[in-house]
Ligand binder design. Structure first.
Ligand code: ZN
Ligand code: ZN
Length: 286
């Protein structure tokens, strides 16, 4: 069922293995029709530096992916990036798309901005107020209109490990917003590869995806897409079969073909227009 994979990492993010070439070859061997690389993007202020490529590596990442795009004829290759949403850098995302020629960006809520200006990591979300801040942030990501889809929208349940009225209300807000703006939500296979946690009922389960969240998504009729979020070339389809079984069981609406058409058409436009990308310049002032 999986033909297009949009969410894949390489050694460049410091917490994954494999080169761009390794991923593209592995995806072609698995019989996929396309693969998008979506490395964790660096930010102008070097925020969260330990888990992403350095700004000085951005040119070689872009060139590396485009080189694979030119040289592989057995699979389509797309240039993507996984991004946190930092509202003050709104122009940076436009620069990635319009000046550096990224084919697509994935919006990811690993970090939530808090009222005091700090950012809280997803495993540390534990109070209802923090969960509400997370849900508001995910809606901001959706409403920014910069992103093809939202990576693991239910990653908050790694921290807020219970399904109560607050969890349901926050999930419904995210899902309805995604549906309204036609931004698909990603059922993330990497969560299924993570170490099990003990949940509110003493059940052993993966930290995310959370089945209850996806039952709501199905009920609301939101679009969904399977994301491998591979951190090794051997993981490209790993656990995607389990995700596909959730799709079937819940009759989730699969957005992979619509997203593929959108990305392919943007990539073809860039290829055909003689687009020359700007060199990546590290500057804090945008
Ligand atoms: Zn990662
Ligand atoms: Zn990822």
């Amino acid at each position: 069922m999986l033909q297009h994979t949009f969410h894949n990492h390489t050694w460049m993010c410091r917490h994954a293995d494999g080169t761009i070439e390794d991923y593209v070859s592995a995806a072609a061997e698995q019989g996929l029709a396309s693969i998008g690389l979506s490395e964790h993007i660096p930010y102008p202020d070097d925020r969260w530096k330990g888990t992403r490529m350095d700004f000085s590596e951005l040119d070689s990442y872009i060139d590396g992916v485009l080189e694979e795009r030119r040289s592989h004829h057995d699979i389509e290759v797309f240039l993507g990036a996984e991004c946190e949403w930092i509202a003050e850098y709104r122009d940076y995302y436009d620069m990635l798309l319009n000046e550096y020629g990224f084919h697509y960006l994935i919006g990811a809520p690993h970090w939530t901005p808090m009222a005091d200006g700090s950012w809280l990591g997803y495993t540390r979300l534990s109070t209802p107020a923090q969960l509400r801040a997370y849900a508001a942030h995910v809606q901001d990501i959706i409403e920014s209109k910069k992103f093809l889809f939202i990576a693991h929208p239910d990653v908050c349940f790694s921290g807020y490990a219970r399904w109560d009225a607050e969890a349901e209300a926050c999930s419904r807000d995210i899902i309805r917003c995604a549906k309204e703006h036609q931004v698909p939500l990603e059922l993330n296979a990497n969560g299924m590869r993570k170490r099990r946690i003990t949940d509110w009922e003493g059940r052993s389960r993966r930290p995310y995806p959370l089945y209850e969240f996806w039952e709501l998504a199905a009920e609301e009729g939101a679009e969904a897409v399977i994301g491998s979020d591979a951190h090794s070339p051997s993981d490209i389809i790993d656990s995607c079969g389990t995700c596909a079984s959730w799709f079937r069981k819940l009759s989730l609406q699969d957005a992979q073909h619509r997203l593929h058409r959108a990305v392919r058409s943007r990539a073809a436009d860039l290829d055909g227009s003689g687009f020359q990308r700007a060199p990546c310049v590290h500057t804090e002032s945008l």
